[in-house]
Write a protein that binds this ligand. Structure first.
Ligand code: GLY
Length: 409
């Protein structure tokens, strides 16, 4: 997700600083947990060398509960739909709390098919969506092009989903940092080295420079690195793995605008490609999905495949300036769903494993974690996502690859 970084700067925090809640990882999931917990009157600290970094710096920010529905993920669907439902109020509240615009855009999504196989796949998805009580409308190719004139003439049909929107994850992360600061959250800009466990209870973390941070409630929210914090007993270590995604950013010059009015996506030769147009002219094209461990190299092949597939959907894309290429690591879990709330180790909570849905699940995760941290229980909506559902030892690979303290959470 990120290059190796220099050793942690010495913390300015006195040894044995304490807080009610200590969040390890300052990506959007850690930050929203911290913000919501602070709003409930808890004293909160976040440990991360670069709060607001993490996978959100790469993510496109689709809020695609309906168009990213997959077979076997109906339980996760309920969580995704509920978080999407909370997004407008969450975005308004966070904008107010931070004074920053999140780039939240109720633009809808169009999923299209380029050939008869794609069309059959989309028809299946449409049927699944209908059976799941979701709103989506089947359109002919001509109707798709009427909505989005830049689409290729060969588009064979599509699904119009007016409820799948977008947010700008970089702005979301920046706004959460400010909201946390304004709510009194303390930031320790350092790497967490290991969890402190005293008499079978998590008691905080030790930083890379030896500083001890004490707490009753430690939240491990380190994204793909969550399984790599030292000192966590094996049976509660979250079984998350990095799933690489390469993403491109292009710019739509003013004369071309509006290039696309909504998110456009497709499955091309089995690979997902999506184009997410921002109001400021940025066009995000994503994403590969690669099981390559901790590798975050942007490859010629990844860029080529994304551009090739995007070009098949929207041929005019090759006219646009390519302004950025990047790669990040999704925190994948064994069932593609997050791990939320208390673990079997007293005092240790998890908020990780959000895989493809971290940005979408940010509002709900904040609410769920604040509830769990104040009551010790998960609210009903999140009960299926307890970390306790994974009883087997973690499949996290041995520490020959970057340690938790060497990459961003
Ligand atoms: N949710 C989009 C992705 O993970 O690529």
């Amino acid at each position: 997700m990120h290059p190796r970084t220099p050793p942690a700067r010495p913390s300015t925090t006195p040894p044995s600083a304490t807080s009610d809640v200590l969040v390890v990882g300052g990506g959007v999931i850690g930050l929203v947990t911290a913000w919501r917990a602070a709003q409930r009157g808890l004293s909160v600290a976040v440990v991360d060398p670069e709060p607001g970094g993490g996978a959100a710096q790469v993510a496109a920010g689709m809020l695609a509960a309906v168009t990213e529905l997959h077979y076997g993920e109906q339980t996760l669907l309920g969580l995704n739909v509920e978080s999407a439902r909370r997004y407008p109020a969450f975005a308004a509240e966070l904008t107010e709390a931070s004074g920053q615009d999140l780039g939240y855009r109720a633009c809808g999504t169009l999923a299209v098919a380029l050939d008869s196989d794609d069309r059959a796949h989309l028809r299946e998805l449409h049927a699944l969506q209908r059976r799941s009580g979701l709103e989506s409308e089947w359109l002919s190719g001509r109707e798709c092009r009427r909505l989005e004139p830049m689409l290729a003439p060969g588009v064979r049909g599509g699904l119009r989903v007016d409820g799948d929107h977008q947010v700008d994850p970089r702005r979301l992360a920046a706004a959460l940092v400010v909201a946390c600061e304004r709510a009194g959250v303390t930031f320790h800009r350092a790497w967490a080295e290991r969890l402190s466990v005293v008499r079978d209870r998590a008691r905080g973390v030790v930083l890379a420079d030896g500083t001890e941070l004490g707490t009753d409630r430690t939240v491990l929210a380190g994204g793909s690195l969550s399984g790599r914090l030292g000192g966590v007993p094996q049976d509660v270590l979250p079984p998350v793995r990095p799933v690489k995604g390469q993403v491109l950013r292009l710019t739509v010059p003013k004369p071309y605008a509006p290039f696309l009015s909504r998110t456009v996506r497709a499955v091309v030769r089995g690979s997902h490609v999506y184009l997410v147009p921002r109001e400021n002219g940025e066009l995000v094209v994503g994403a590969t999905s690669e099981e390559l461990g901790w590798d975050t190299t942007v490859t010629a092949g990844g860029v080529y495949e994304l551009l090739r597939d995007a070009h098949e959907l929207v041929p005019g894309i090759t006219e646009l300036p390519l302004t950025e290429t990047c790669a990040g690591l999704r925190p994948g879990s064994p069932d593609n769903a997050p791990l939320l709330g208390p673990t079997r180790l007293a005092g240790l909570h998890l908020a990780t494993g959000h895989h493809r849905n971290g940005v979408l699940l940010t509002p709900l995760t904040g609410d769920v974690m604040a509830h769990a941290l104040t009551t010790g229980e998960l609210p009903d909506v999140a009960r299926p996502f307890t970390p306790r559902r994974f009883t087997a030892p973690s499949p996290v690979p041995p520490p020959t690859t970057p340690h938790f303290t060497e990459q961003h959470a």
